[in-house]
Every structure is written in structure tokens, then in C-alpha cells.
Design a protein around this ligand. Structure first.
Ligand SMILES: [Zn+2]
Ligand SMILES: [Zn+2]
Length: 390
């Protein structure tokens, strides 16, 4: 007969969080963040199923934190909720005075980042149960023998000829349990409360920036309070795309505006309405990018300096012209052509143009669709924005 001793639970659950986010166990931090952002796009704020949303936040909180992720990979969820396990099984490398960091997400708009200022963050915080003062029982000195293990602290299972001995989870291997558990915290020693805290955003604060608030995280008996980490999630703007300290704006103009010059008025990030004009008599070619200096984002940490605003002009030609209009256009443009065909031989092959369709492209040199060759798909948003110039 063989005897095995297991210090930990047999079925270690350290994959659920990865499954929730839909990423591999060796996923990079960037991939984890991307999965979370993708989820948020479909569930902005509070959705129909708060349980799913809560699970996502929980999974992200753990997997986005390198230290918590290490603990999770090694000990599963049990390791995160019950620091005793870590203390007992790995007394040196993981045992620390301070409780884990707590992660909170703060959604901000591009306007918030431009202007800076105070933002309120609400989060769930564990506090030491005021009823039992973190003991888990109103009378922590009154114990009874654990009925699960009959006081041995171990549970023995026999499978075929192998005897497995596991630590009893009812009493955490102590052999005894409280006679009475605290009704307020159900013996968990902590209670979960909603808490609000204010963050002072600097002007120009970027996406992914993390604010660390010492000791504002969870409480746990016998531990120093964990730190609170507030991570900035910069939301997409309807008009502007931020790239570093610069802003990009796409603007549709008519043929008339391209020829005569353009005036556009925008609601800017500082709350003001602004007017932008092209130079008089300047013809704007399709796809031209023009720059307004210092109308970009304030530099993060040097908010007296600014990036630039770049405006890309998309010239929209009229869909159809009447015969009369075409005649006039020909007169004005004097039949100007870049492509003049002179010697047309009889045996020349002839082709027709069709509309471009991305699904008809062959992005791989072997031909066929992108998915056929397992290339990395990018879910980056190359979202186009329109301007509402008046
Ligand atoms: Zn027991
Ligand atoms: Zn309690």
C-alpha cells in the first residue's frame, strides 16, 4: 500500500479565471487586458446579468496583477481568499505582512483626461467584521471537535489500493471548529462593503495608467491593509482618436469645400466651441492631413505643453451628375485627363472594374482566407469618425 500526503486540496481550481476571460494560461498581460476591454465594449456599465460582470472583474483583478496571478496559478482561488493556505504551505516566499492589492477600474472620457480633475470611484472592500472583530466567532475560545475529520485534522480517502490523506477543509487541519460562528460574517472574519474614494486625475492621463492608494484596499485580520490600485480605462471618443499626446479627426468635405476652402466648427474637449479654417484659395486634395498646432492633448506630467490636432480630409464627390451638369464640368475642366489612350490594338484584352470587397482578398501568399492560415487576428478598432461641420 502506498500512502500519499496532500497538503492542498486535490482538485486545484486555477483555470476558471482564464476561462472567464477566454485567454490561454500563458497569455500576456496585454492579451488579458484586451480580452477585458472587449468584454466591456459589449457590457458597458451594469448589464442584465451582474453575476457575469462581477466574475469578469474578479478574473481581471487577479490575472492583471502579476503577484496575484502567481498565487492563483499555484494555489487557485482558495489561495487568494484564504491566505492561511499560502502561509502554511509556502511560509517564506509568499507569506507577507501586507494583504493583497485590490484592483479597481476607472472609466474616464477623453474630456476627463484633457481637463483633469476629481473623479469618484466606487468599489467593494472587505473590512474586518465589526461584530466578531475578525475572529469569525463571538466566542473564539469555545471550540468543538470537527465532525468531518473527528478531530484528526485529516480526511482519508481510499481509491483502489491507494490511500489518500488530505487536510480537512472543514477545520483547516486544526481538528476543532468554533462552537458558534459569527452570524454577521458567517465565520469569514470579514464583511464586504461598498466604499467611495476620490482620485485626482492629472491632465493628459493616459489609458492603462495605475494609481496606487496605499492601504485603501481590503482588510484582513493579522495583516496590514492591502493597497488599492485604480486603473484608468480611457473610453473611445465619438470624434477624436488619441495617439499619444496628439489627436486625430476625420472630416468629410464636399467637392465645393475642397475647391473653395473649408470652415468647420467643433465642440472641443475643453467644452468650448471652436472654429477651424483652411487658407483662402487653397484647394484641399482628398486624403490631405492638416495640422492645428497645440490643439492636442496636454502632455502628461507637463500640462502646460500640448500635442497637435491632425485633421484628415475625405473629399466626397457627388454621386451623380445630370447631362447638363456633366457638360458644364467638361467645359470648366477642359476635358482634362491623366489617362489618355492613344494606340488601341485590336487584340488587346479587356477587363471590367468591380467594387472592392474585403472578403474577396487573398491576404496569404498561398491564397485563400486569413482564417485558413491561422494568422493572428487583430481586433484593433480602426474605427472611422465623421465630422459634423456646419
Ligand atoms: Zn476537520
Ligand atoms: Zn464576524
Amino acid at each position: 500500500m502506498i500512502l500519499f500526503f496532500f497538503k492542498k486540496k486535490l482538485a486545484l481550481n486555477n483555470t476558471r479565471y482564464y476561462e472567464i476571460l477566454g485567454v490561454d494560461k500563458d497569455a500576456s498581460h496585454e492579451a488579458i487586458r484586451k480580452a477585458f476591454k472587449k468584454f466591456l465594449r459589449y457590457h458597458p456599465g451594469k448589464g442584465p446579468d451582474e453575476k457575469i460582470i462581477k466574475a469578469f472583474y474578479e478574473a481581471y483583478e487577479v490575472l492583471s496583477d502579476p503577484e496575484k496571478r502567481k498565487i492563483y496559478d499555484k494555489y487557485g482561488e482558495e489561495g487568494l481568499t484564504n491566505p492561511e493556505i499560502i502561509k502554511e504551505s509556502d511560509p517564506f516566499s509568499f507569506y507577507q505582512k501586507k494583504y493583497f492589492e485590490k484592483f479597481v477600474q476607472l472609466n474616464i472620457s477623453l474630456e476627463d483626461s484633457y481637463n483633469g480633475g476629481r473623479k469618484e470611484v466606487e468599489y467593494d472592500r472587505n473590512i474586518i467584521c465589526p461584530e466578531c472583530k475578525g475572529n469569525g466567532s463571538p466566542n473564539p475560545n469555545e471550540n468543538i471537535t470537527c465532525s468531518k475529520c473527528n478531530g484528526s485534522g485529516n480526511i482519508t480517502n481510499k481509491i483502489n489500493h491507494i490511500i489518500l490523506q488530505n487536510k480537512c477543509f472543514e477545520c483547516n487541519g486544526k481538528g476543532k471548529i468554533f462552537k458558534e460562528i459569527c452570524k454577521e460574517c458567517q465565520g469569514k472574519k470579514v464583511q464586504n462593503i461598498k466604499r467611495k474614494i476620490e482620485i485626482d486625475l492629472e491632465r493628459g492621463v493616459p489609458d492603462k495608467h495605475r494609481y496606487k492608494l496605499p492601504n485603501e484596499g481590503d482588510e484582513f485580520p493579522g495583516k496590514e491593509n492591502g493597497d488599492l490600485i485604480v486603473e484608468i480605462f480611457l473610453q473611445e471618443h465619438k470624434d477624436f482618436i488619441r495617439k499619444g499626446a496628439d489627436l486625430f479627426y476625420e472630416c468629410k468635405i464636399s467637392l465645393l469645400e475642397a475647391i473653395n476652402g473649408v470652415k468647420l466648427s467643433l465642440n472641443f474637449l475643453n467644452g468650448k466651441r471652436i472654429l477651424i479654417e483652411s487658407k483662402p484659395d487653397e484647394v484641399i486634395q482628398p486624403g490631405t492631413i492638416k495640422t492645428v498646432k497645440n490643439l492636442g492633448m496636454p502632455f502628461f506630467n507637463s500640462p502646460d505643453k500640448y500635442g497637435n490636432l491632425h485633421i484628415e480630409f475625405k473629399v466626397v464627390l457627388p454621386d451623380k451628375l445630370t447631362g447638363e451638369q456633366k457638360k458644364k464640368m467638361n467645359e470648366i475642366l477642359k476635358g482634362e485627363k491623366f489617362n489618355v489612350i492613344d494606340d488601341l490594338s485590336k487584340d488587346m484584352e479587356k477587363y471590367n472594374l468591380e467594387d472592392y470587397n474585403e472578403s474577396e482578398t487573398n491576404p496569404h501568399y498561398r491564397g485563400g482566407k486569413k482564417e485558413d492560415w491561422k494568422e493572428e487576428s487583430s481586433d484593433d478598432d480602426n474605427k472611422k469618425v465623421n465630422c459634423n461641420n456646419q
